[in-house]
Design a binder for this molecule. Structure first.
Ligand code: ATP
Ligand code: MG
Length: 457
């Protein structure tokens, strides 16, 4: 297996973990919200200023914290001109807290099946990994990862906490300290540990190992050893805790690394000549769309992108090609029948569709799309929603348009946001069956009831 295939395999495994809930505190208007995920697709709706963009940004912040830990971004709050502007009501004494609760059961089944299948084929998942995960899951399949970020005199600090829900075991990690708290109230504190302890630091290390061609099971053992070195001789159940932390590193690191977000699209950049650089991530404004497409399609338009464009134009004779210029830029032309369109002549909706399909081709763990409907005709919106549902990523899509709402498979997919004086309230409809009956009786569509407020829950 080459590194790309390894990352892909890891992504596929981690996507089996079901995200149960998300909890955000003190990010902009999200003073304290908890969201559960009954379905993979969530359509977030609400008036202007209700916190839809804030929701998408808060989740994306996890990825920016990973960049920060990797040393790629000196301050994750730079784009907002500082922490003060983002934390709830400017109170810099408060931390921003984001936590994800996941259920590892399906992930365990997948890993176990893989190990049995690959035993004689590809050596990526070892029985050591499987046994360790078995022990974790049999004690409690639900794990919470919580990251706390705060500003102290202009420096950004990060704490993480892993909670093994049913056993009550909690491990708090900061760069140099580890605190282990057991359900009986006893606590072990290890201070001034010599290696960075944060799970995201270890994930960063893991990805570097994977990139140099080391297999997943060796990487797992490496991380396990790093934690074991810290805990051995000081903690009785060091082996269990090391494996919990090693698994949490792979799972939450991959989950966070796999977040793909699309916000307002920077059409000007997309339409200008793009330098061909090997980009790892799609920018949230899709400005590097063309080089990314070139990379993932190996010089051709990926199939899913092409299919979507055929739907958009209702025309089978759609194509596209890339060409490289001597100056090192990559150039894209869309072909409709015999007509060749250079980037400045390609319609806005086409770019939007290409950006969303590219995000899907990147096999995201969590997909975030702000203002989904912009530039998109009704038919292609429905097509994209089906594609997003099929992808298996947990997807959060914000919209003001009735089309996605009336295309919801279940009213469960809809998340309603309201900005109250005490911050955003986020909730799903409670009595869905009753609500549906009410709609039917009144002859209203869900969008009429929800967007135009004809009935309230
Ligand atoms: N530091 C902060 N503390 C508290 N509230 C904040 C802070 N910063 C921004 N806000 C509020 O958070 C909300 C953020 O709204 P957001 O941009 O997410 O709205 P939206 O639902 O995306 O609206 P639109 O549909 O217009 O894009 C705004 O109401 C804003 O006043
Ligand atoms: Mg917004």
């Amino acid at each position: 297996m080459n590194p790309d295939e390894r990352f892909w395999l890891l992504r596929d495994i981690v996507k089996q973990a079901r995200i149960k809930s998300l909890h955000i505190k003190n990010f902009k208007s999200l003073h304290d919200i908890k969201i559960d995920f009954p379905t993979n697709l969530t359509l977030a709706i609400g008036p202007n200023g209700s916190g839809k963009t804030a929701l998408v940004e808060a989740i994306y912040l996890l990825k920016e914290i990973l960049y920060y830990i990797r040393g790629r971004n000196p301050n994750p709050f730079g784009k907002w001109w500082g922490y003060k502007n983002v934390v709830w009501r400017g109170d810099i004494e408060k931390p921003i807290i984001i936590s994800l609760t996941i259920d590892l059961r399906n992930l365990f089944s997948r890993v176990k099946a893989l190990e049995e299948y690959v035993r004689n084929h590809v050596y990526e998942i070892s029985s050591f990994m499987v046994d360790m995960l078995d022990e974790i899951v049999s004690k409690s399949p639900i794990i919470e990862y919580k990251v706390e970020v705060f500003d102290k005199g202009g420096y950004i600090f990060i704490n993480e906490k892993i909670s093994h829900i049913d056993t009550g075991l909690e491990i708090t990690l900061t760069r140099n300290n580890v605190v282990i708290r057991y359900s009986n109230g006893s606590q072990i504190e290890l201070t001034n540990v010599y290696t960075p302890c944060l799970l995201l630091d270890k994930y960063d290390e893991a990805t570097r190992f994977l990139n140099t061609g080391i297999s997943i099971d060796n990487v797992f053992e490496n991380i396990y050893d790093l934690f074991e070195d810290i805990l051995e001789e000081r903690v009785k159940d060091y082996s269990f805790i090391s494996s919990l932390l090693a698994w949490a590193t792979l799972v939450f690191g991959t989950l966070i690394d796999g977040i793909v977000g699309i916000r307002e699209i920077d059409l000007r950049s997309i339409r200008s000549p793009q330098t061909l650089i090997w980009y790892e991530y799609l920018d949230h404004n899709a400005s590097n769309l063309i080089p990314i497409l070139y990379r993932i399609g190996k010089g051709r338009l990926p199939d899913n992108v092409l299919r979507a464009l055929k739907v958009l134009f209702e025309n089978e004779h759609i194509g596209g090609f890339f060409s490289l210029t001597p100056e090192g830029t990559v150039f894209f032309k869309l072909v409709i029948d015999d007509l060749e369109l250079p980037p400045p002549s390609i319609p806005n909706g086409v770019w939007k569709v290409m950006a969303i399909e590219t995000a899907l081709a990147l096999n995201p763990t969590i997909l975030l799309i702000d203002e989904f409907e912009n530039s998109l005709h009704a038919r292609i919106q429905e097509y994209l929603l089906d594609e997003i549902r099929e992808n298996g990523a947990v997807s959060i899509i914000t919209t003001h348009s009735p089309i996605p709402i009336d295309y919801a498979h279940d009213l469960n997919e809809i998340l309603i946001l309201e900005n109250t004086g005490y911050g955003t309230r986020a909730y799903r409809l409670k009595n869905i069956e009753e609500y549906k009956k009410k709609l039917e009786k009144l002859g209203l569509t869900p969008s009429e009831a929800l967007l135009y407020g004809f009935i309230k829950d």
